[in-house]
Design a binder for this molecule. Structure first.
Ligand code: SF4
Ligand code: SF4
Length: 522
């Protein structure tokens, strides 16, 4: 692999590099490639495709020298703000550490699934992006004397700016690299702060996260576009449908004042995986919990895409979710099966109300005998995907395993797992993006390691005669794994299916008709 020089990064015209799909790391079993859709000349004339075959930020090609200068100046102004406590109290301390110390040991590269999937492509080396950012910081923000000799040089051209913006979106922000760094440098945080700079200071953000994400959620109540009245009608329909098919009649409570728990679902589940919504309701009702959903704006959608790209948007969404909880007077918010929602809810200071993951509660219900369970109903091979936000970022590792060991006789771990897990490939917002080869990119590259882990976990039973289940207790991870299984030909060829954790619990409940989990071929 030819290295890309910092000079080329700053000055080379056109697309900087290309990844040949045929050279990607071979997997343990057959998985379909997703060749790049060629970028047309018309697309290149309009949009900056200056990095690889993908464009996530859709930055328009500057048409005049003045527009080129504006890109550089806006970037530099934003970058200076990133390094001031009044403008970046959220992440400045960690960002400073990541600027000041790096031994250039490249341990982070060995930990990164993008770097591994591409057999070491320079574009996807975590510290390649960070080092460019670091050099700009020393030369243009800190104005260090003799910076180019002491810290290495890079020119801040409009191409450097555009390419860095895209580089911030060639990272799942999974922080696996940060975990292995001997010094504590966080390459994922550098990507996050770059994304923030481009959004808050330059007005560039992926439309799936911004226009169709946080903006839509604030306006309508959910990034799915579901309004409060439609969401209630849809869940009522789910209640009826699953009451009939399971023989267990239940009604999801709405806007119950003084309830103990406000359950926050990722509203995408309501549209794409209604069985997950039904399973939560069945478990909570069967266990006799005091709980409710909320029909307030954003009070029924735990999604907070601000977490991936913009502090201000993140705070606005969280304030709306907290307001919904306070209005009902609930004692705590419980986050359902959504990894990034776990982190945005649990980490933010703004909410001022106890917030918890559903996992310890579910573990207590399963192990505490609150539900009548027959593990033999789950007697098929099951493996567990660890969502980065829940496991590595929040340290919630054991409850999900205790549950699976109790209800799935053929549970087996992926290797590695727990805090050493690999991202599904859809993390940091990619799971919901499809345009400009983004889908091909995450199918080919970011999801490649996860696919290999799944093959590895089922290595002794890969044949189509055995149904297998990947438990992915996170909405975004489930979306990414669904696409890899379906579009990679894996479901068909190897009989590997996916779903959440609560579905497995309900599938084992003896109060219900058998067969809650519907396999695709049924
Ligand atoms: S592991 Fe840490 S110190 Fe080593 S190159 Fe990566 S960021 Fe720098
Ligand atoms: S945060 Fe994850 S995806 Fe990003 S550079 Fe580090 S290991 Fe790679």
């Amino acid at each position: 692999m030819k290295d890309i020089s910092f000079e080329e990064f700053a000055t080379k015209d056109g697309q900087l590099a290309s990844v040949d799909v045929a050279t990607l790391k071979k997997l343990l079993a057959e998985y379909l490639d997703h060749p790049w859709t060629p970028i047309t000349d018309a697309q290149r004339a309009e949009t900056c495709f200056l990095l690889d075959e993908t464009s996530i930020l859709n930055i328009p090609m500057p048409k005049t020298p003045a527009e080129e200068v504006a890109l550089v100046n806006n970037f530099l102004n934003g970058m200076r703000k990133l390094f001031t406590p009044e403008n970046n109290w959220t992440n400045l301390a960690m960002l400073d550490t990541s600027m000041d110390y790096c031994a250039q040991c490249n341990s982070c590269a060995e930990a990164c699934h993008l770097f591994e999937a591409t057999n070491g492509h320079e574009l996807y080396r975590p510290n390649f992006r960070s080092e460019i950012f670091r050099r700009i910081y020393n030369k243009y923000v800190k104005n260090e004397p003799f910076a180019k000799w002491r810290f290495g040089d890079v020119d801040l051209t409009w191409k450097t700016v555009v390419r860095l913006g895209e580089m911030a979106y060639r990272c799942n922000m999974c922080r696996r690299c940060a975990q292995v760094c001997p010094i504590g440098v966080d390459n994922g945080l550098i990507s996050r702060e770059l994304r923030k700079l481009f959004s808050q200071e330059m007005g560039f953000a992926p439309r799936e996260l911004h226009d169709k994400g946080t903006m839509l959620q604030m306006e309508v109540g959910s990034s799915t576009g579901l309004s409060p009245s439609v969401v209630q009608e849809t869940v009522e329909f789910i209640d009826e449908d699953y009451s009939e098919s399971t023989g267990f009649e239940f009604h999801t409570p709405w806007d119950k004042e003084g309830a103990e728990i406000l359950l926050l679902h990722n509203a995408g589940e309501i549209m794409a995986w209604p069985e997950n919504i039904a399973a939560f309701s069945i478990i909570f009702e069967a266990a006799g919990l005091s709980w409710t959903l909320s029909s307030e704006l954003a009070g029924y959608d735990s999604v907070n895409y601000g977490l991936f790209y913009d502090d201000v948007q993140a705070a606005r969404i969280l304030a709306m979710q907290a307001k919904a909880a306070k209005k009902l007077g609930v004692k705590r918010i419980i986050s359902g099966e959504c990894g990034h929602a776990h982190r945005s809810l649990l980490h933010a200071r703004i909410a001022e109300i106890p917030r918890e993951s559903f996992l310890p509660l579910l573990r207590d219900l399963v192990l505490g005998g609150k539900l009548k369970l027959d593990p033999s109903r789950n007697d098929f091979p099951v493996t567990l995907h660890d969502p980065c936000n829940v496991v590595r970022r929040l340290g919630i590792v054991k409850p999900q395993r205790e549950i699976l060991r109790a209800i799935c006789p053929q549970f087996r771990e992926m290797a590695p797992n727990g805090v050493d897990n690999y991202c599904c490939g859809g993390g940091s917002g990619f799971a919901i993006m499809t345009r400009n080869n983004i889908e091909n990119w995450r199918m080919n590259i970011t999801g490649r390691k996860k696919m290999d882990q799944i093959f590895g976990a089922f290595s002794e039973c890969l044949g189509p005669e055995t149904r297998k289940y990947v438990c992915a207790p996170c909405s975004n991870c489930k979306g990414q794994i669904r696409e890899m299984l379906e579009k990679g030909g894996v479901q068909e060829q190897y009989n590997i299916h996916y779903g959440g954790l609560v579905e497995l619990v309900v599938n084992a409940m003896t109060d219900l008709n058998p067969g809650f989990i519907k396999w695709e071929e049924e």
